[in-house]
Design a protein around this ligand. Structure first.
Ligand code: SF4
Length: 185
């Protein structure tokens, strides 16, 4: 059976592959059990999108399920404006555009383009500050594109049973530390 990588797992994998297991395990349970306050605020910013409430414009697709066969990805986009050919990912607060953010929007981009949509602009929107941040398309940023492909390869080859976290700082800040038998703290 073909397995797909959840787009939302790309960032988790970069943080720690083990965290994906906990994310999936507790995904259906009340998130207040283990989410930090900032995660809950960020989630609230997404809920308007997931519930497709963000806008009623017909040419704006929101929270749509997407798939990419080439990279074996599936997930949801945030907002795609068909007129502007712009794919936007909203976040509650953005201070730094982390690589994980970029890889997630790349993943959405590859899904949309494989599904036949034209995407010319990638953006992040910080709702706290009402700021937009442009991200180059993968074809215009070969270094990030190569990193993205390496990440997908690493995720496909990862064996969780053989993975051991070596960065204690990550465990110290991990919301799953109390549940994880591999926690280094
Ligand atoms: S506690 Fe450490 S090893 Fe466990 S999921 Fe978190 S970061 Fe990974």
């Amino acid at each position: 059976m073909e397995t797909y990588i959840q787009i939302s797992n790309l960032n988790d994998f970069i943080f720690c592959p083990r965290s994906i297991y906990f994310h999936q395990l507790f995904g259906k349970i009340s998130t207040t059990m283990y989410h930090t306050e900032s995660q809950i605020r960020g989630k609230a910013a997404h809920e308007a999108i997931d519930e497709q409430n963000y806008t009623t414009r017909k040419n704006v697709l929101q929270g749509m399920e997407v798939y990419c066969q080439k990279y074996g990805l599936c997930g949801k986009i945030d907002i795609y404006d068909q007129d502007e050919r712009a794919l936007t990912e909203r976040k509650k607060h953005i201070e730094v555009i982390y690589d994980g953010y970029v890889f997630q929007i790349y993943a959405q981009y590859f899904c949309l383009t494989e599904m036949g949509y034209s995407v010319e602009h990638l953006l992040f929107y910080s709702s706290d500050t009402n700021k937009k941040y442009n991200v180059k398309l993968p074809k215009d940023d070969p270094e990030m594109f190569a990193k993205f492909e390496k990440l997908i390869e690493d995720m496909n080859n990862c064996n969780l049973n053989q993975f051991n976290q070596t960065n204690a700082e990550k465990c110290k800040h991990c919301v799953y530390a109390a549940l994880c038998d591999q926690a280094l703290c």
